[in-house]
Design a protein around this ligand. Sequence first.
Ligand code: ADP
Ligand code: ADP
Ligand code: MG
Length: 676
Amino acid sequence: MKGQVQNQIQNQAPYRRFRTLLIANRGEIACRVIRTARAMGLRTVAVYSEADADSMHVAMADEAVLLGPARARDSYLNIARVIEVARQTGAEAVHPGYGFLSENAEFAQACAEAGLVFVGPTAAMMTAMGSKSGSKALMEKAGVPLVPGYHGEAQDDAILAAAADKAGYPVLVKASAGGGGRGMRVVRAPGELAAALVSARREAKAAFGDDRMLIEKFVQNPRHIEVQIIGDSHGNLLSLFERECTLQRRHQKVIEEAPSPTLNAAQRETVCAAARKAAGAVNYVGAGTIEFVSDGKDVFFIEMNTRLQVEHPVTELITGIDLVEWQLRVAFGEKLPLTQDQIGFNGHAIEARVYAENPHRNFMPSVGRITTWHTPAEENGLRVDAGYRAGDAVSPHYDAMLAKVIAWAPTRDLAIERLNRGLEETDVRGIVTNIPFLSALVTHPQVRANTIDTGFIERELKNLTPEAPAPHDLELCAAVVAILDEETRRAGAEARSPWRTAGWMPVGRRRRVFTFRHGQSGEHTVSLIYGNGPATMSIGERELAFTTSPEGAGGFQLRLHGIKSHVVAVIEGHELYLRTRNGRFDLHWVDPFGGDDEEQVGDDKIVAPLPGTVVALLAEVGATLEKGAPILTLEVMKMEQTLRAPFAGVLSAIKCKVGDIVGEGVELAVVEPTAS
Ligand code: ADP
Ligand code: ADP
Ligand code: MG
């Protein structure tokens, strides 16, 4: 087997100059690749699914072709269809991005057979490094340090149990074919091993069609450190320093930075040399990442990703290298433009992944239409890699990552400040995002001090997802000003604003009452008193004098209690989103004349909150349920969500079965409340 791999590896794919590139991906990475390809003078072809017809990558490319229905299997993962489109459009090369087909050896092979340049390694290299156990066997031979454990062929429980005993608990059970943190379980004691194997095998079988497991010692206080490497087809192989991605949730990266703040220069050289050795073992061509787990002292190889990584921009910002450009040059058959000793790094870069998800609801993905999309200007060390714009829909069919906000600065402390500022200036509305969570995370004292491990987010979750603070006078005043500005704008340019103009009303003072509802803190009432002199506001017993003046981009200055501050306001119908020096505030304006009749959906019905698949029924018809008792489990966008009884009652009907694919809002079960 190994000899065969070796033979195939020598049998390299053709790399040659091409003019037309098809990007077999979507979202931010498709946009990212198009940007560089265009700068290099290439013609770009986008592909898309029915759900993505109006999406940003389609708009950016020179040409775009529909692949098929929304489901990834029918579109972005349909190898035959992608190859067919490449042929039809005269594309000569394919960039796979990350995710989807990027690590699919069958796809790389199909490209080669169709005479297309695959921007990445050959199928044989991918196969050699694609399985975690196979790559560990190769690394062992090459002398790269491994986490102690077992990566053999035999899969009997007894053999795995003996391997776990030998490695010493806690251990990690991992799917050999795994990715994205799936098929992985931490096992703390021997008694838990059998159950962990059953569930990890089931998950791996479903996700990867392969349930082979390996055992690793669970490294204590683990840190994730990885090295960017790139090889050309002339035998040159470079390491482009390391990234640290220790801030993870469920083994998925959330914040990534470069260089690692944990390594000193000697450790850096050690890990980079290990990575070159690892990639050298398969004469690697293309961009790739060697991942290590570290106990803070030593590093151990865990896997190789044979593609461009989500977090590649932090490496680009410290090295000044455009990795997509280098990938394309390698695919042209060129030599890498620099040698190892010509590559240095400068300063520090840090990236945050912006997701459409709700950290207050167990990071449940949020789908819908983006109404407001505002990101900061790309200056002062900020970079934003986005795949969405205002008006775009976030579909339940794909990964919920919307964009990445990346900051560079001479020092880590400053890079963190810039990233936080960039996040604060990012306003995405219409769907729920993790932006406030990311802000809380990057500014956490332990993150600043780098006293973290991969379990940090899980342990600190409460502090990272604080309840929204109640609005103060500043926010309530600002809400009124924002509404009045909006009304003035709608009334037309020539209409004079009665409240800003002293003495406009001929007689007496007038009062207008505004009521706002705020998530946790309930209703707040503000009175505006205007006419015959400067307008004032009153909140409870307090009379507030204020002045205001407009600023650009939805913002204004508000002077209150003698303090002048900057406010950003977005109004969508009756929803107000404010950003002030006290944070972010979402208020609902209860308009007495505006037909304020939003209905509360979902609380008393068992409905699918998002489109998903029913994976388990947890109660039977006729069962008496306590309030909160589990009824069924849905898998929604790769996450399991259990739907529960909204009140005590009897389960009178179940309207679905395991395996059903259900649409958003579909009623799945009926609970009759217990008569009391
Ligand atoms: P990385 O280290 O680059 O984050 P992951 O294995 O977590 O590697 O996955 C890469 C990224 O690819 C994910 O963060 C996700 O955004 C995307 N991704 C993974 N699987 C899919 C998929 N099936 N469809 C679309 N995107 C995916
Ligand atoms: P995936 O293919 O899902 O990315 P990895 O093997 O890269 O799988 O593991 C995902 C994450 O789990 C790593 O980034 C690391 O934080 C953690 N991890 C992996 N192996 C170990 C280990 N032996 N000990 C502790 N943590 C680990
Ligand atoms: Mg990994």
